[in-house]
Design a protein around this ligand. Structure first.
Ligand code: MTE
Ligand code: MO
Length: 272
């Protein structure tokens, strides 16, 4: 059994975090809880995504990786929402009843060979020029709305397994940076282990898919180190190679990030 993760790494961090939350609340309208409660699940997703895109701005919409005819479509106001929804969510992978899921095998230890001190762990967020946008303890992620998803995890090696992830939507996390994302051009997200031994890159649309999670639980338990504690990526729309375990750094970037398995001959997009 993993040790329970501490709510924060040090007690004086609480004050700093409270101040950050106060600042974030004004920066992140999609996190307004009373507004969220008033909406249906579907419209929460649509509304959250739409607010984020409004903040991300037109440039991102028009220059994204799969925007074929979107600028044309966007000239027509009544088709705006549909285009936005397609653009942002992509496909939705099937979900399963929780009873069908069971513990995942451990597969791949690049960048996680040694155990880390989970208390000392921090998530660093960088902007396109490499400057630091923020730092997070796990409590910052668990404070976001929690999502549980029972989905099929598929590995390029040819096996798949139905599993239940628990975590925060990446889109909710990105909304914490809505102001900065609105003024910078960021088509991609690069995620790297603390030792830089494993790294993945995903396009922004795939990351903003509501099924793309920053996961801290597997089968209802905190992640073990082997499965990527304290925080990993989980998305049923990409092969397992993209589901990086033990995220240390998240960089918003305009250049397509390199990727551990892309460099070794696999498809960069790795879409399912
Ligand atoms: N840091 C890191 N993350 C990783 C890997 C890895 O080697 N190192 N392997 C990937 C692959 S190929 C798969 S299938 C999944 C497996 O996740 P699991 O070990 O929790 O089953 O993790 C992915 N994330
Ligand atoms: Mo995999």
């Amino acid at each position: 059994m993993p040790e329970p993760l501490p709510a924060s790494k040090r007690s004086d961090a609480d004050e700093g975090r409270a101040a950050r939350y106060a600042a974030l609340e004004t920066a992140a309208p999609t996190l307004d809880e009373s507004a969220l409660r008033r909406q249906t699940r579907r419209s929460v997703l649509t509304g959250g995504a739409a607010s984020l895109v409004a903040l991300l701005g037109w440039r991102w919409l028009q220059t994204g990786p799969d925007d074929n005819n979107i600028p044309v479509t966007l000239r027509r106001g009544h088709e705006f929402n549909e285009a936005l929804w397609r653009r942002l969510s992509g496909r939705t992978a099937p979900t399963f009843d929780r009873s069908r899921s069971s513990m995942l095998r451990v597969n791949g230890r690049h960048g996680i060979g040694d155990e880390i001190d989970l208390v000392a762990w921090e998530l660093t967020v960088l902007g396109p020029d490499g400057s630091e946008w923020g730092r997070h303890v796990l409590a910052d992620i668990t404070a976001l709305p929690k999502v549980e998803l029972t989905v099929e995890h598929k590995c390029v090696e040819g096996w798949s397994h139905v599993v239940t992830w628990g975590g925060a939507r990446f889109s909710d996390f990105a909304a914490l940076y809505a102001d900065r994302l609105g003024s910078e051009s960021t088509d991609y997200v690069a995620l790297v282990t603390p030792d830089r031994g494993y790294y993945v890159g995903l396009d922004m649309a795939s990351m903003l898919n509501p099924q793309s999670l920053l996961a801290y639980e597997l089968e209802g338990e905190p992640l073990t180190q082997d499965h990527g504690a304290p925080l990993r990526l989980a998305t049923p729309n990409k092969y397992g190679i993209k589901c990086i375990k033990r995220i240390g750094t998240i960089q918003f970037t305009n250049d397509r990030p390199t990727d551990y398995w892309y460099e070794r001959g696999y498809d960069w997009y790795a879409q399912l």
